[in-house]
Ligand binder design. Sequence first.
Ligand SMILES: [Zn+2]
Ligand SMILES: [Zn+2]
Length: 157
Amino acid sequence: MMIGDSYNRREGIDTSKFGVDPSLPTEEASPDVDISGNSERVSGRAYRCKKCQRVVALQENIVDHVPGEGETSFGWHKRKGDNPFNKCDEVECTSIFVEPLRWMTTVEEGALEGKLSCVHCEACLGYFNWSGIQCSCGGWITPAFQLHKRLVDISTV
Ligand SMILES: [Zn+2]
Ligand SMILES: [Zn+2]
């Protein structure tokens, strides 16, 4: 049985391993952070709930996966003939996968799988499953915290 390392059936979820909620104020405000002179913030992208614009993930929260790498590849995304600009070898991921974050209350409550809803407006943004979810490209992500691209806005920080 494949479950995530952070999940412990008896003790529940270790939320200390969760990523910081990106929309909450962080230790950035602290005056003694900048000792190393490293003032450059990681430039990257922010992912916001499309409905209420709350930041739900940052570039650094994204868990990369190799497109198409999976146990089985479904044929449904390779329908040919529908699209005149069909690029045969390119499979597009319709989801992004992130590390577990503090706003994911369903995850904190100890569920093994379920919906990921925006804490602000409760819009459903995706799903999570500690046993893994298959991306549209065919790749498996385990454990998986999936956000649908069409439900989030991507902006640069
Ligand atoms: Zn993918
Ligand atoms: Zn929202």
